[in-house]
Design a protein around this ligand. Structure first.
Ligand code: XMP
Length: 317
């Protein structure tokens, strides 16, 4: 039967055989899949692996710095590239969800391609593709319907003329986590909630500005940190905050306010295909709402999303 130990041994041998003494480039996202793929490759070929971690400016608060630090501690040969301004620029004036996804995907490809070209003689592009991604890209992006242009690296291998290595493409998510644990990757990293490639851009409904990103990062941080403090983080499959393109009236002291509304979303799921909203304790919701409204300037109302998937989706865009 399948064991993570046997998978690691076999895959490391296969990777050594396939790659030899050539160079491989890999884009780290901060997520479980790309991290496990990188550590596996690092075990097989060491510093012949060049990792690139791009800050698109749409990550969670402080995430770029802290994750980059963790990668370095894990011994990965990684370069952090802050391209926040380039992404913001590409997103300027766009409010259609699919156009935002495309702009982010294209910018990612450009940034990654530039970086990869600064490494001499790269032959392989490694990706953390897992089995459900393989299936999904067949069923979701059929010729007639594109529900969502998933995963922002679709056109990368073609554009870069590189050979693809996908060591996790036969694994399910739980198997990826077990392989990660076998490789000694920290539990905290392996247990992280899924986070969409386009990041906060699809949780800011409408157009994106630096100020909106900053507001949402603060709100999201309070919510996620609260889930951790209340030992709720691991009970939730995915959570986040959404900045609505709506202002509502509030009152602060003697003053009338007219500010933004944010929605909080937390779901239980096994694969993201279906999901239920989580029955978070009222006391937690009450404290979180108070903290957000007191601390985050520009927000005067918090709502909790009680919609299941289907018919609602997990993200709002
Ligand atoms: P939905 O909103 O379709 O989300 O119920 C299901 C899962 O997919 C994630 N998601 C994305 N991930 N690029 C990604 O990498 C995307 O464009 C994208 N859209 C949704 C979502 O966060 C959830 O985990």
């Amino acid at each position: 039967s399948w064991t993570p130990g046997a998978f690691v041994d076999l895959t490391v041998d296969e990777l050594k055989e396939k790659i030899g003494n050539q160079k491989v480039v890999l884009g780290l996202s901060g997520g479980v899949d790309s991290t496990v793929a990188a550590v596996l490759l690092n075990k097989a070929i060491g510093d012949q692996l060049y990792c690139i971690f791009v800050n698109n400016g749409l990550l969670r608060k402080d995430e770029f710095e802290s994750v980059l630090h963790q990668y370095k501690d894990m011994g990965l040969n990684v370069k952090g590239v802050d391209a926040s301004a380039r992404f913001l620029d590409a997103l300027k004036g766009l409010s259609d969800p699919e156009l935002k996804r495309k702009a982010i995907g294209n910018t990612f490809i450009d940034v990654f391609d530039d970086e990869a070209h600064s490494i001499q003689d790269v032959v392989f592009l490694a990706q953390g593709t897992i089995y459900p991604d393989v299936i999904e890209s067949v069923s979701v992006n059929g010729p007639s319907v594109t529900i969502k242009s998933h995963h922002n690296v679709g056109g990368l291998p073609e554009k870069m003329k590189l050979k693809v290595v996908e060591p996790l493409r036969m694994l399910f998510k739980d198997e990826v986590r077990r392989v990660g644990a076998e490789l000694g990757i920290a539990k905290e990293l392996l247990g992280r909630h899924p986070f969409p490639g386009p990041g906060l851009a699809i949780r800011i409904l409408g157009d994106i500005t630096a100020e909106k990103v900053r507001i949402l990062q603060e709100v999201d941080h309070i919510f996620i940190q609260g889930l951790r403090d209340w030992m709720l983080y691991d009970k939730v499959w995915q959570a986040g905050a959404i900045l609505l393109p709506v202002q509502s009236v509030g009152v602060m002291g003697d003053e009338r306010t007219y500010e933004q509304v944010v929605a909080l979303r937390a779901v239980e799921s096994t694969d993201g295909m279906t999901a239920d909203w989580v029955n978070l304790p009222y006391e937690f919701l009450q404290k979180t709402s108070n903290t957000i409204i007191n601390r985050v300037k520009g927000v005067n109302r918090v709502v909790y999303d009680i919609s299941s998937k289907p018919p609602a989706t997990i993200e709002w865009e």
